[in-house]
Design a protein. Structure first.
Length: 394
């Protein structure tokens, strides 16, 4: 089944879901409860939409990766680049002690006092690309690459005061805007995949692709969790870690209107809590399990809030805004924060320190060879009014 056909199938599945869910709502209105048969049918239709959506997303990622695989320009590398690539592969398979003087020199730019080296630029790009595909926050937030240990941002908390004045009237001093400095430090993130020496000796194994896959998976899951719920201690600080409020270092929480559930009115209130200046580029983030609950909601005009994407490469929509799945968001439940809404590019800053390093360790896990791979990354909210959270509460 082609991607286009699967997209059409999602549209058809949603139409079937709406019929069944309308029946469920009617039963609730007339009887005060939904029958087990109707409930099961709705959940089955909901699951079918999830299945088709997941297949489309997986197929899109596969197409994107296939389109970028093997894009290295043949004959376009300098002799130094070719030697560096050959040396890095030899380092991965045999260790630094097997490198010739020329090969050590080729890798010396990225050398580490402990015997590790910077990964090749192509491999670093592949890791970053795979992490990006897995992390909605990396897709939505601002990302900066630095060569120092921290990024400093000055935030203007107020507008400069101004007053009307007559031509000859005295001019009094106006209030000056308050500035706050936000410092985002980078923290070390590591992965330690391992392989047997026999596997590494296999000429058919693409060691770089193998390592990139293993490292990207670990980095993506660790980052995604930190950007959402990290406490800022040895890791990035997440959007759910701040106190409720509208002041500096606080994120406004909008109640759902129900003690333990997401409601249509709560979602609408959440969308209107964001200032108009941030609406362009705004998006929703919620975990996959929450999407099933949101699909059932309708507004006062009897229109469904959720709409499936009918265009390849585009996200589903919620209240007319893009919706992204972030499984590290909290589940629907009492006092939880299951949905974030905002302009995350304006509101959240991710900081990468240049370079990913790998240290080959053949001793700690014999007969395996471990590849201790590290990168340094930070993250924090930089504009607190650009992000809002929905709280399950009355």
């Amino acid at each position: 089944m082609s991607l286009e056909t699967k997209m059409d199938a999602i549209g058809s599945a949603f139409e079937e879901f709406k019929k069944l869910n309308d029946k469920r709502i009617k039963e609730l209105e007339q009887k005060g409860f939904e029958t087990a048969e109707t409930k099961a049918a709705v959940e089955k239709a909901n699951a079918e939409i999830d299945r088709l959506s997941n297949e489309v997303k997986a197929a899109q990622v596969a197409v994107q990766r296939a389109g970028t695989a093997g894009t290295e320009v043949k004959g376009g590398q300098s002799e130094e680049q070719k030697l560096a690539k050959q040396a890095f592969r030899k380092f991965m398979a045999k260790g630094a002690e097997k490198l010739s003087v020329e090969e050590v020199k080729a890798l010396s730019v990225g050398s580490d006092p402990d015997g590790g080296y910077l990964v090749l630029p192509e491999m670093s790009s592949e890791i970053v690309k795979k992490v990006y595909e897995s992390s909605p926050m990396r897709q939505l937030a601002s990302v900066a690459t630095i060569s120092s240990d921290q990024l400093e941002i000055i935030e203007d908390l107020d507008e400069v005061d101004a007053s009307w004045v007559g031509e000859t009237a005295a001019r009094s001093e106006t209030d000056t805007a308050q500035l706050k400095k936000i410092v985002i430090a980078v923290h070390e993130l590591y992965a330690k995949p391992k392989a047997t020496q026999k596997l590494l000796d296999d000429a058919m194994l693409n060691v770089e692709a193998w390592l990139a896959e293993k490292v990207a998976d670990k980095f993506a899951r660790s980052e995604a969790t930190a950007f959402i719920s990290g406490d800022g201690v040895g890791k990035p600080r997440g959007i759910l870690s701040y106190a409720a409020g509208t002041s500096f270092q606080q994120i406004e929480q909008i109640v759902s209107g129900s003690a333990s559930a997401i409601t249509a009115d709560g979602l609408i209130s959440l969308s209107y809590a964001l200032k108009a200046a941030y609406k362009t580029g705004a998006a929703f983030m919620l975990k996959r399990a929450t999407v099933a609950a949101v699909r059932k909601l309708k507004d006062s005009q009897n229109q469904y809030l959720w709409q499936p994407s009918l265009q390849l490469g585009q996200p589903d929509m919620l209240l007319g805004f893009p919706m992204y799945e972030a499984d590290d968001m909290q589940a629907e439940g009492a006092n939880n924060l299951p949905i974030a809404f905002g302009n995350f590019k304006a509101g959240y800053q991710i900081v990468d320190r240049f370079g990913i390093r790998v240290l080959r360790d053949p001793f700690s896990s014999k007969p395996n060879v471990e590849f201790y791979t590290t990168k340094r990354v930070g993250g924090d909210v930089k504009n607190f009014e650009a992000i809002k959270l929905l709280k399950c509460s009355t």
